[in-house]
Design a protein around this ligand. Sequence first.
Ligand code: IDP
Ligand code: MG
Length: 137
Amino acid sequence: MSRTFIMIKPDAVKNKHVGDILARIEKEGFRILGLKFLRLTELDAKQFYKVHSARPFYNDLCKYMSSGNIVAAALERENAFQHWRDVIGATDPREAKPGTIRALYAESKEANSVHGSDSDENADFEISFFFKGNELF
Ligand code: IDP
Ligand code: MG
């Protein structure tokens, strides 16, 4: 078993896809370890995405991620981070395979509905960014 960290981003919350995405998480065999509904400050987003601080899209991304409410979750499954990356599809929804969450719901490459950790190490960092140990069950 391994862990991953996911977010339902402001576009998908605004467009009322939270229920469908949580249902998909369970259907894909993930167990929910922790779940929060919250709004990031721009500073929170800057810290969370600091690995991207040199990228041209960083400032807009952090503004976008703090523009509305999000859902954050820690999940457990075999092959957790890679399975979730397969379920969400490519960063740009125009390149995401049919049936993936981004193909179904995303508005744009930036407002692309969901986040998923890209390694076991980053999953650990991202889970601890949002959850204290006693908030994971
Ligand atoms: P990922 O979410 O598929 O792992 P990353 O490259 O880690 O993609 O980028 C983090 C987030 O930054 C993306 O999910 C998306 O919201 C945003 N982003 C990435 N590339 C671009 C871009 O070229 N234009 C606008 N936003 C981008
Ligand atoms: Mg990424």
